[in-house]
Design a protein around this ligand. Structure first.
Ligand code: PMP
Length: 344
């Protein structure tokens, strides 16, 4: 029965194998050929589906997880959503310790996917027992048969991209890829892709994107952790105030830093020029491509892959919200009249 029905068995079978889409307008002013790997085509709308599935299945292979056990992580972002999604299908409980800074929307989204959410005070230091790091650690220790994903310090994060995203790019470009550009948060995406592609061809350039306010670029250049580099910024998922072991600094050739404002406008411009409704860090990647192009990184023969990590719908109250843009002062540099909605 059902042999003639062409259906997936469940949503997890749709993870990975995301499309490469040529950028036709937004990079017009740069030498080279540019393609976006659009990770919003994953069923959980972000690249984090890959690591959620891979880390959970690796724990199953190692006999650490069995149905009814528990997944624990500290995130209100894309990883939380992906873990909750994988947990539903595989029959695990999912506990997410999130910061009280997380928007109510995000917390509702995780709850909608069946996760148990613990909201922890944002103002306490990381070593306070109420911090989301310590709450997650405690819940993991107290819960028998639980796995703590710990994406910033988990080698399986790199391995997930080494086994999936990297080979996909190699195949999709018939081995002609010359550059990959990606934002790093945990660093897992760019490190895994970079490790795989450099084994195929060590001349492929692996280019990182960091935020002003993050320590990653300076650490890459000097191996020094410079607290002076740390200050608040708005882009979520990009950069960090610590050094994640899920970043393999050796496979990354270079970093540039991008501003919140330029990345925000670029995100909106990607939607308007390419019809691609993608997240804030996709705008950051295109902004970085412009900066790399100015530095002479590309020529006419370059085949550059930009990683677009997630979908624009996650940013309706931020970059795609005019009031938010205005409140950040981001409309000062552009024609504000053009951005206004007409009420009839
Ligand atoms: N963009 C977004 C929106 C993210 O959530 C993340 C992950 N924190 C990244 C980019 C960076 O990916 P990675 O953690 O693999 O470096």
């Amino acid at each position: 029965m059902g042999k003639d029905i062409k259906a997936y068995n469940n949503i997890l079978e749709l993870i990975g194998n995301t499309p490469l889409i040529r950028l036709n307008k937004i990079t017009d002013d740069c030498k080279g050929n540019f393609y976006a790997k659009v990770e919003a085509f994953n069923p959980g709308h972000s690249t984090k589906d890959r690591i959620a599935l891979y880390i959970i299945e690796e724990a199953e292979r190692r006999g650490i997880l069995k149905p009814g056990d528990t997944i624990v992580e500290t995130t209100s972002g894309n990883t939380g959503f992906s873990l909750a999604m994988v947990s539903i299908i595989k029959g695990y409980d999912c506990i997410l310790a999130v910061s009280s800074k997380s928007s109510p929307d995000k917390i509702d989204m995780l709850k909608s996917m069946g996760a148990k959410v613990y909201v922890c005070p944002a103002h306490v230091s990381a070593d306070d027992e109420r911090s989301y790091y310590n709450v997650a650690k405690r819940l993991h220790e107290e819960t028998k048969g639980s796995v703590y994903i710990n994406q910033y310090f988990n080698d399986l994060n790199i391995e997930a991209h080494y086994k999936t995203t990297g080979p996909e790019i190699w195949e999709q470009t018939n081995g002609h890829v010359t550059h990959v550009v990606a934002c790093t948060g945990t660093g897992g995406t760019l490190s895994g892709i970079g490790k795989f592609l450099k084994e195929k061809n060590p001349n492929i350039r692996i280019l990182g994107v960091d935020a002003y306010g993050s320590v990653i670029k300076k650490y890459h250049e000097t191996k020094e952790f410079d607290v002076e580099e740390i200050y608040p910024y708005r882009i979520e998922g990009l950069g960090k105030n610590l050094i994640p072991t899920a970043t393999d600094f050796d496979v990354i050739d270079k970093f540039v830093k991008v501003t919140d404002e330029e990345s925000a406008h670029m995100t909106r411009n990607i939607a308007k020029t390419e019809g691609l409704f993608v997240g804030y860090t996709s705008g950051a990647v295109v902004q970085a491509i412009k900066q790399y192009a100015e530095e002479g990184e590309f020529d006419e023969n370059s085949k550059v892959i930009a990683i677009f990590p997630d979908h624009g719908s996650r940013y309706m109250s931020k970059v795609f919200n005019d009031e938010w843009m205005n409140a950040q002062g981001f409309f000062d540099s552009v024609n504000a009249e053009e951005q206004k909605i007409e009420f009839i």
